[in-house]
Design a protein around this ligand. Structure first.
Ligand code: ATP
Length: 236
């Protein structure tokens, strides 16, 4: 069974047609990317799959559960990192992870394991004991990604996980995602406007523009079609 099954998804914001019938499926353990220019409909697709928005038409299932009718069940098995997410600034990074681990765990033992994993995934070392308010954008994003992954969701939905960051933090975040996907078998759906990023991370990519999927394939297939040197320009 596919982990994600999206069929003819449509979303209108008043008169704006953000999605005009999007279909794709993602297998278990796959890293799937949505790539496209600003306003293409990437965030809207991710918000519908995260149960934050209801589609105007079509359907989407995650691990067999309908995102509208079984939204509670879906929320239990996904992690969602929005594009403009922030962490509690008055906590230290460690306190933030600890708080989240307790929130998402049934018992102390599980919370401890989760926290341990979060600490490791963050890669923040001693800086975890400083307040989040002292973190750079890249450090905050690392903390949020650690939070999203430490719960070991069946599906991690990440909206532009490494965009707008310095190259070192962006590189480390991509490494963390790739390593985690391979070792834990977690399925990923992420958005990006950076072709090199999806080439590094993704097994398959859907190119989206104007609320429609215009190409779907492996990064290599897209590269062969558009030419390596043009990849970054395709949607610019
Ligand atoms: P970005 O990279 O800029 O986030 P995106 O591909 O994620 O772009 P969406 O945010 O999904 O695109 O937006 C798709 C379309 O829907 C755009 O035309 C956008 O202006 C519009 N849109 C998004 N959110 C709303 C909203 N809350 N109300 C009205 N229109 C919206």
């Amino acid at each position: 069974m596919a982990m994600v099954e999206v069929l003819n998804l449509e979303k209108d914001y008043g008169k704006v047609k953000a999605l005009r019938g999007i279909s794709f499926s993602i297998s278990e353990g796959e890293i799937f990317g949505l790539i496209g220019p600003n306003g293409a409909g990437k965030s809207t697709t991710l918000k519908i799959l995260s149960t934050l928005l209801k589609p105007t038409g079509g359907s989407a299932k995650i691990d067999g559960h309908d995102v509208v009718r079984e939204a509670d069940k879906v929320r239990e098995i996904i992690s969602y990192l929005p594009e403009e997410a922030g962490a509690y600034k008055n906590l230290t990074g460690y306190e933030y992870l600890q708080f989240m681990a307790r929130l998402y765990s049934k018992d102390d033992e599980r919370a401890r394991e989760m926290l341990e994993l979060g600490v490791e995934l963050s890669g923040l070392g001693e800086r975890l004991h400083d307040k989040v308010s002292t973190y750079s954008k890249g450090m905050t994003r690392k903390l949020l990604i650690a939070r999203a992954l430490m719960v070991k969701p069946k599906l991690a939905i990440l909206d532009e996980p490494a965009s707008g960051l310095d190259i070192v933090n962006a590189y480390e975040i991509r490494q963390t995602i790739r390593r985690f996907a391979r070792t834990e078998g977690v399925t990923f759906l992420l958005s990006s406007h950076n072709m090199l990023e999806v080439e590094f991370l993704c097994d398959r990519v859907a190119m989206i523009a104007g609320g429609r999927i215009v190409e779907l394939g492996t990064p290599k297939e897209l590269k062969d079609k558009y030419g390596a040197e043009n990849l970054e320009e395709v949607f610019m």
